[in-house]
Design a protein around this ligand. Structure first.
Ligand code: MN
Ligand code: MN
Length: 298
């Protein structure tokens, strides 16, 4: 079950309302790297994890992310507080109100549509979507994705901190950013607590291909580095060696039943291009100034 404590996880002291800043903050409320996405990502992973220790960690972090969502949402609410009241009550002249909510960002849209409260959108008004969550139900893959997700969240916070003039908001964002650093370390530990976590999943890679580096982009600028040199790597850059690595002609094939083959051939015949004609088209019939060259209509 979920319980709620009325205290925020971190005390937020916003200096003054700033709707423009509020719309930037929405990036971490309803954006792809935001707190709602993070909370639901770890919550759903935790629900199905059969490892009790890892399940506990996932639900702990999911719940902390909800607490972050509460913090960032409260920041948005504080930054739009004055405008929200004026908008609701129509207590300003039209021009003043317009200037107040617009402030040169997307905030006028967010204010009109959402009444100045925290909206489940990113900073550009894109609606939140579950498509932000890429869990696949295999901890050796999901933990790696979680590590990357925490890195991205950290970077977005870093950018928001650089854009924020308000010292109180900056302070809260620094706390949130730092927690993503801590989460990244937790997920790293959890990943390496699984022995044999690479390659992800159960099936081993085919040893014929696990250690080969194919120099597929050949010419000036070819470079060598730890990713393609040393004892670990076999560097393959001779053209004949880059014929299909498993032999064969390199053409895709599939065996079709006679009936399927007949249908495929019929469709190909029906949609075949004639290269010996120059048909008049609708573009030719309707062509006016600026149409460029067209085929004369007889
Ligand atoms: Mn967070
Ligand atoms: Mn996090």
């Amino acid at each position: 079950m979920f319980m709620h404590n009325k205290n925020l996880m971190y005390t937020v002291r916003v200096s003054e309302p700033d709707p423009k800043l509020a719309s930037l903050m929405l990036e971490q409320f309803g954006g792809p790297q935001g707190e709602l996405a993070a909370a639901l990502r770890y919550f759903t992973q935790g629900l199905s994890d059969d490892d009790p220790a890892r399940k506990d960690m996932l639900i702990d972090i999911a719940t902390e992310e909800l607490s972050h969502l509460e913090i960032i949402g409260s920041i948005v609410a504080m930054l739009t507080k004055g405008v929200k009241g004026k908008l609701a009550e129509g207590s300003e002249e039209v021009t003043e109100l317009y200037a107040n909510i617009a402030q040169g960002n997307g905030s006028h849209t967010l204010a009109v549509l959402y009444g100045g409260g925290p909206a489940l959108t990113n900073s550009a008004g894109q609606l939140w979507t579950a498509g932000y969550i890429d869990s696949i139900g295999e901890p050796t893959a999901d933990l790696r994705s979680n590590i990357a997700a925490e890195s991205r969240a950290k970077i977005i916070y870093e950018r928001l901190i650089n854009l924020t003039p308000d010292p109180g908001v900056k302070d809260a964002l620094t706390f949130l950013m730092t927690r993503e650093v801590a989460h990244q370390k937790m997920f790293e530990k959890a990943l390496y607590s699984i022995e044999n976590n690479f390659p992800p999943g159960k099936l081993p890679g085919d040893p014929n291909y696990t250690d080969k580096y194919y120099n597929m982009s050949q010419g000036a600028g070819d470079a060598r580095g730890p990713w393609n040199q040393g004892a670990q790597w076999e560097f393959v850059d001779i053209k004949p060696d880059q014929a299909p690595v498993n032999g064969g002609e390199g053409n895709p094939t599939v065996r079709l039943a006679a009936e399927e083959l007949k249908a495929v051939n019929e469709a190909a015949k029906r949609t075949k291009s004639r290269t010996d004609v120059n048909p008049v088209t609708g573009a030719d019939l309707g062509a006016g100034p600026g149409a460029g060259k067209t085929t004369p209509v007889k």
